[in-house]
Design a binder for this molecule. Structure first.
Ligand SMILES: Cc1cc2nc3c(=O)[nH]c(=O)nc-3n(C[C@H](O)[C@H](O)[C@H](O)COP(=O)(O)OP(=O)(O)OC[C@H]3O[C@@H](n4cnc5c(N)ncnc54)[C@H](O)[C@@H]3O)c2cc1C
Length: 224
């Protein structure tokens, strides 16, 4: 089964380990016959600031309320071209992968801003369309991230705590909320501190995983 994959990358340095993971995913998926769309956010100079620039339409010129404008833009086709392009990539894909370094226990600003702008009310959620009845029902999403801290620091009760809890706001609050089935995250702990051999091995296992990704089952992301 061939898929439409959509890879979103949030790293400013193409030669970073995130850059390597991003390219590995794209190359492997293409080699397996899948169609791959990408948004390399820094390379695109994606604007992460959410305001009236999100729209070509205006519902209320006197008071800006983002979700009201989003619902209006959904009705009249009023999203700014940069958002419309991202929405279409997301809507066309079967599998979406976000590649990013963990920043302050969360998404780098450029990717958080991308989500703030692209996940628009009306178009991507709302009405009765949340969680298992969400707009993106049947599509799969996967977080691929790197950390500065080692794996031992990201265990429950460990120095930083359970990585699954750290990822829950993203996996539940953004992805599952809008209907995506969430696949197990790909986490490369401390790529700057491990050996060259370990880095090569993690790229290889990521490629192996990508080559059979269409048959993976979603994970239980947990509740609060
Ligand atoms: C604002 C900010 C907030 C942060 N918050 C957190 C936090 O909350 N928690 C946390 O744990 N960390 C945090 N960090 C650290 C951050 O998560 C890590 O620095 C980042 O994840 C490392 O990934 P990288 O791609 O930048 O690594 P890089 O340093 O780019 O890469 C690591 C090594 O891999 C090598 N490499 C690149 N390509 C290849 C290849 N093809 N094959 C083999 N080796 C290769 C590079 O040359 C380099 O030696 C934060 C950092 C910043 C700047």
């Amino acid at each position: 089964m061939t898929m439409n994959a959509f890879l979103v990358c949030a790293h400013a340095e193409p030669r970073s380990f995130n850059g390597a993971l991003f390219r590995t995913a794209g190359e492997t998926l293409r080699a397996a016959g899948h169609a791959v769309a990408v948004s390399d956010l820094y390379a695109m100079k994606f604007d992460p600031v959410s305001d009236r620039r999100n729209f070509t339409s205006v519902k209320n010129p006197d008071f800006f309320k983002q979700q009201i404008e989003e619902m209006h833009a959904t009705e009249v086709g009023g999203f700014a071209p940069d958002l419309e392009a991202e929405l279409r990539k997301m809507e066309a894909c079967d599998l979406m992968i976000w590649q990013f370094p963990l920043w302050w226990f969360g998404l780098p600003g450029i990717l958080k801003g991308w989500a703030d702008r692209v996940f628009a009310m009306g178009r991507t959620y709302g009405g009765e369309r949340f969680y298992e009845n969400g707009v993106f029902k049947g599509k799969r999403a996967l977080l691929s991230l790197t950390t500065g801290g080692p794996e031992a620091a990201y265990q429950k009760g460990g120095w930083n705590g359970d990585i699954r809890a750290i990822l829950r706001p993203i996996q539940r609050g953004i992805l599952r909320f809008t209907g995506w089935d969430v696949l197990a995250p790909n986490i490369v702990y401390a790529p700057a501190r491990i050996s060259e051999e370990e880095r090569q091995a993690s790229l290889k296992s990521w490629a192996t995983r990508m080559s059979a990704i269409e048959s993976e089952q979603p994970i239980d992301i947990g509740e609060y």
